[in-house]
Write a protein that binds this ligand. Structure first.
Ligand code: CUA
Length: 177
């Protein structure tokens, strides 16, 4: 097949760009652990505060010793606004919204998820010791820019497990699709 010189140049340029894009994706996914949350669990957004899973928000430890964090997003705040977790420990986050879509993003970590009314978002990640800003990254209304929280990861030896040890109850129904 005869191809014009410029056509060949552009063909190669596109090829190089594609390789670069896929390499970038692979680096983010494998090297930095960025993955889309794939947990599908539904909840009635009008009954979040009464649900076993979300009536108590914040940090908890399940009977197996795993650390969980439950957070409710609402205009224009995260409940609770401050979290203290042990560093270098897998933390499983469970979030949902009682009004509109919010975006739960722990800045300078790979922890982030959309927070959608009707669904429970879940992801697990761990943190180096330090203080992290939690921002809302989905525009949710006039107070969007004020919707911030804080996460402190403290060395495991300094972390005090919450006195009430509860299992985040399997609250919502699992969607069948
Ligand atoms: Cu919540 Cu933007």
């Amino acid at each position: 097949m005869k191809a014009d010189l410029y056509e060949r140049i552009w063909g190669w340029a596109v090829g190089v760009m594609l390789v670069f894009f896929f390499a970038t994706l692979a680096n983010a996914a494998i090297g930095h652990g960025f993955h889309p949350p794939s947990h599908v669990e539904t909840i009635d957004p009008r009954k979040v505060f009464q649900s076993n899973q979300f009536k108590k928000q914040g940090v908890s430890v399940d009977p197996g010793g795993k650390v969980h964090v439950t957070v409710i997003g609402m205009m224009f705040t995260w409940m609770p606004g401050e979290l203290v977790v042990p560093a270098e420990t897998p933390i499983t986050f469970h979030t949902t919204s009682v009004d509109v879509i919010h975006g739960f993003q722990i800045i300078r970590s790979n922890g982030q998820s959309m927070v959608i009314p009707g669904y429970v978002s879940q992801f697990t990640t761990s943190f180096a010791p330090g203080e992290y800003l939690i921002a809302c990254n989905e525009y949710c209304g006039v107070g969007h820019h004020t919707m911030a929280g804080k996460l402190r990861a403290v060395p495991r030896s300094e972390w005090k497990a919450p006195e009430v040890v509860t299992a985040p109850a399997a609250g919502g129904a699992h969607a069948s699709h």
